[in-house]
Design a protein around this ligand. Sequence first.
Ligand code: B12
Ligand code: SF4
Length: 566
Amino acid sequence: MSRRRVCLFLPERNVDALEGMGNHALCPPEGPRSKCLWLAFKKPLTVPPTETAKEPQVILINSSPKNALKIFQPFLPIAVPIGLGCLAAVCEEAGIDAVYLDEQLEEDMLGAIEKALENRSKPYIFGFSVLTAAMRAAVTLSEQLHNKYPDSVIVFGGVHPTAVPEEVLRYSHIDIVVRGEGEDTLLELYRRLKNRESITDISGLSYRANGKIVHNPVEKDIVDITKLPSFPYHLFSSGRYDLGFIVTSRGCPYNCIFCSNRITTGKKFRFISNDLVIKQLGELYEKHNQTVFMFLDDNFLVDKKRLYDLFEKIKQKGWHKIMRFSCQGRGDNIDRPLLEAMYEAGFKNIFFGIETASERLMATIKKGETVQEIVDAVNMAKDVGLFVSATFIFGLPTETHEDRMDAIRLAKRLRLDQVRFNNATPYPGTELYDIARSQNRLMIQGEYDNFSAVSTFIESPFNPVPFSYCPPGSTEAEIRDDILFAYLAFYWDYKKLIEIFTKPGQGAKWFSAGSELKTILMKVPALIHLFSMMGIKISQMFWHVLSRKNKKLKFKEIVDVLLHRF
Ligand code: B12
Ligand code: SF4
């Protein structure tokens, strides 16, 4: 029985007759012969039908730019690539022996892949997990892999490819984009490629066919996360990752204009069972010695019933005495009884996205809550005894210098424990992106190389990263100075600085020089470098004010900060 050979892009056409031609006639015009997915799997197809064809080898790659956190790199734990982990879990469950590699860990990624593939035979499916900041790294590596293994299939997934599949498929070496949550799609894609079946009708897939980019509609927009396997922490237990995290839900019903969360995980809030949460915490405690956990859910506090039940389960285990938890939440989801119950269950840290002190801006960014609601929530959390971290965003549409000064005053007044001041970044797929573009103020450098919400803080003073958006009425230099001024105003307090060093596990894990003396001592050179760089950046800010290059930030405001009068 012979199997029909099909071009995966155009399954209705029999391609037997085309074999031996220089360029596959059915391939997209820009694609050379090696771009043809059918030819990619040609070798196994030519084995006699009685022999079993070789299974494709899946290689999942977490893309990451080198030295992503710049001067802060030595002080931050390496985060487990959660999306890749979720895909790994379903591969394991389905019996697919996939390879997992993380660019955050490898000095020579290409070499690491070659090594991993030494005893694994073709055909290869390379799956890249890509955030916006990692797009350049992903394009570079995938191109190298395509050149080295021209008969492989290259698949991109994650928030960036989901937001801009068309742009991603501009690169002729990238064959497929998987849009949205990838568990079901990856398994289906694997099954079809393995069985030499057409992939053209897979939900949520984008690909090139006949010179055009086709976007298959998404039939089922979300994955049923209650049916997913447990997160595969064992795959990340090399000691290099921070395993103190758990994700218990997906989806966010809100509409914040700067946020790209909904692009992949959708608006419907869904959560896994509390029994599974307890099972995962138990595994992390017993097998991986973890006691400090961050609940990395977009919106942990949405469903109170599930929370009270979870708190009870944690207490029944006695873990509230030995573990410490943190989570992020919205002010409008919080009330005092909830905070007290959290605290009792071991939740000692909470993180809020405050974003702004201006009700006008809060409406502009469509957060769906008021500044007052967040202020009330922060005050309650402080009263209950929680360690409170928060972020503000500088450079929002219509924002003024005064709005930014108000935000700094609010951060100080609220007695927040840790604060981060980010620069507004119009990530693709967000409403802020559309606003920036409509204002003709979207600045994309290279392959989104300048899309970093934390660039002002982490960049070197000698190599500043140009902003991707700057609202009318403010200059980039003014916003950058205001961000540095905000950090100075907030952290010009020896108690806060001491706390950063003495309580490294505290807060949102934004900075840790280590908890043991030996680790801290080893980081002394990096600390000196960090302090010098921060010192230079703050001096630059001073100089802009003194030389009147920046006329908005006042010398008096700096003096007030230094004298603790701001
Ligand atoms: C937890 C979290 C973190 C954690 C851990 C991140 C990590 N390593 O995964 C920490 C705190 C470290 C972090 C840091 C940052 N984060 Co973050 N983070 C999140 C958050 C809230 C949840 C991530 C998560 O668990 N997602 C759940 C999984 C299931 O979704 P997923 O990762 O998208 O993966 C699914 C699909 O995309 C798809 N998929 C993914 N890869 C692939 C690959 C293939 C081959 C296929 C087929 C499918 C596929 O299938 C997966 C499973 O369903 C997301 C928001 C969100 N909801 O995603 C933001 C988010 C990813 N972070 C974001 C940002 C910007 C950052 C930072 C740059 C911080 C900052 N403010 O500047 C840093 C840098 C991170 C880095 N290493 O590059 C942005 C990314 C925006 C963008 N367009 O790139 C997001 C979307 C939030 C936002 N503000 O909009 N983050
Ligand atoms: S910022 Fe938070 S509340 Fe707003 S859309 Fe994103 S996840 Fe939801």
